[in-house]
Design a protein around this ligand. Structure first.
Ligand SMILES: Nc1nc2c(ncn2[C@@H]2O[C@H](COP(=O)(O)OP(=O)(O)OP(=O)(O)O)[C@@H](O)[C@H]2O)c(=O)[nH]1
Ligand SMILES: [Mg+2]
Length: 439
């Protein structure tokens, strides 16, 4: 039985209980411990995770709108995501990649999968067979390259991997170069020497260590050992399909100082995924459930942001916070317009990222007192000049910022006074009608 199925069964059992109480939560945690340990997650990590889940599930503040069951599910989800690391954003741009790893970990297959990944994103790819140990390895890569439809380069009979790389790079026209290196049985000085040679020639932007999920938590140690020989930018964990130890491998890599970049989930050329801990755990737990819950939580958070807005005194500092919050909420201007509040300065709400950045620079150049009391600035040209200098912009930019701030002040006052508007807003948030409004 795979990790996901076990986790889903455990959570389904808690869903069936008439009441979720302390005993039920403790029972769930015991079961989680068994499941994670059987998937080879390090016992210490499992123990720490259970303690955190227990503390947060039973003793931390629960969002009012969530049932205890939802709260527990949320905590388990968040903690598992924390256990499994973060995510990765591969460069979709010109760059050079070096693949390294021990025997049979899946380097050559992953080289071809990556070639396919970049090709299908519109980049041209060259794969280089720098596994000089075995002629068969070169043939394997050549065949895979042909299947993917990318150029392959190697030099038959050449025993110096660095030389193969050097030749490969001559007159290269492709956007992405992926170098497949030879597998080793251990991290030793020979490996180190060969890799140094390849590095010097290739100057890779990305170095991926390829690990087999079957090694479970040993993956963490390998990633660490390897990082000490050569700088890694990411780890590719292969054979996640059909491995009972994938959870152990991912959590151990996440706990080391390496980052999981991709996971291999089968033998086919497109069986490679960019790693995203949230999506991974979401899928393990059965996505529909979690997705709904996450949406619910997000809409509650938006509501809380609004409440904060109402309570706070308006200063330049929280003006900036509010602009950010408003942006996260989506086109608030639309909603306000639909409610007949067309006099709200839309340009304030539609402030672009670049503008926000400029504002931030200005705000950083203000004194504490100015941030708390904007009238200090409005009254003094020398203060405005100082801020403009500090932020690297012109006096008129600072003035236009102060102008927009003033508009926001007016809107805030309207927002505070108009209880009807607030109620309507709340109702919409609770009714989940935001989607239809483009939020
Ligand atoms: N099921 C499954 N099999 C995989 C995956 N990735 C690689 N394999 C298989 O694992 C075997 C070894 O893969 P290779 O790519 O040759 O490994 P390697 O690291 O290049 O091996 P050496 O060059 O000998 O060190 C092959 O049979 C692959 O088809 C994966 O994600 N899932
Ligand atoms: Mg190989």
């Amino acid at each position: 039985m795979d990790l996901g199925k076990k986790l889903r069964d455990a959570l389904a059992r808690i869903a069936k209980l008439p009441v979720v109480d302390e005993n039920a939560v403790k029972g769930l945690i015991k079961e989680l411990q068994r499941i994670l340990i059987s998937s080879d997650v390090n016992v210490k990590l499992v123990f720490e995770l259970s303690k955190r889940i227990e503390k947060r599930a039973l003793h931390s503040e629960k969002m009012e709108a969530l049932t205890l069951r939802e709260h527990v599910l949320k905590v388990v989800y968040e903690e598992l995501v924390g256990l499994m690391g973060t995510g990765y954003e591969p460069k979709i741009d010109k760059h050079r990649i070096l693949m390294v790893g021990l025997f049979g970990s899946g380097k050559t297959t992953s080289t071809a999968k990556l070639a396919y990944f970049y090709k299908s994103r519109g980049l041209s790819v060259l794969v280089v067979g720098a596994d000089v140990e075995r002629p068969a390895a070169q043939e394997q890569l050549e065949q895979l390259a042909e299947k993917v439809g990318v150029r392959f380069f190697s030099i038959k009979g050449e025993k110096n991997a660095a030389k193969v790389v050097k030749e490969a790079l001559k007159g290269i026209k492709e956007d992405v170069v992926i170098v497949d290196s030879a597998g080793r049985s251990a991290f030793d000085s020979e490996l180190s020497k060969e890799l140094k040679g390849i590095y010097a020639e290739l100057k890779p932007d990305e170095t991926y260590l390829v690990l087999n999920a079957d090694i479970g938590q040993v993956a963490g140690r390998q990633a660490e050992e390897f990082s000490s020989i050569s700088p890694l930018t990411g780890v590719i964990v292969t054979k996640m399909d059909g491995s009972g130890k994938g959870g152990g491998a991912l959590s151990a890599v996440a706990a080391s100082n390496a980052k999981i970049a991709f996971v291999g989930i089968g033998e086919k050329i497109n069986d490679l995924e960019v790693y995203d801990a949230k999506r991974f755990v979401g899928r393990l737990l059965g996505m529909p459930d979690i997705k709904g819950l996450v949406e619910k939580i997000e809409s509650i958070q938006k509501e809380e942001q609004l409440e904060e807005m109402e309570g706070e005194e308006l200063t330049i500092e929280n003006f900036y916070k509010q602009l950010n919050a408003a942006k996260k909420m989506g086109p608030l201007g639309n909603v306000l317009g639909m409610m007949g509040m067309s006099d709200v300065p839309k340009e304030v709400l539609n402030t672009g990222e670049g503008k926000l950045k400029r504002y931030e620079a200005m705000i950083n150049s203000m004194t504490k007192a100015e941030r708390k009391d904007a009238s200090l600035l409005k009254k003094s040209n020398s203060r405005i000049e100082r801020v403009a200098n500090g932020a690297g912009c012109e006096v008129k930019d600072v003035k236009s910022f102060l102008n927009e701030f003033e508009k926001m002040e007016k809107m805030m006052n309207m927002f505070k006074k108009n209880r009807g508007f607030r109620k309507q807003m709340e109702k919409m948030m609770k009714g989940g009608n935001l989607k239809g409004l483009g939020m």
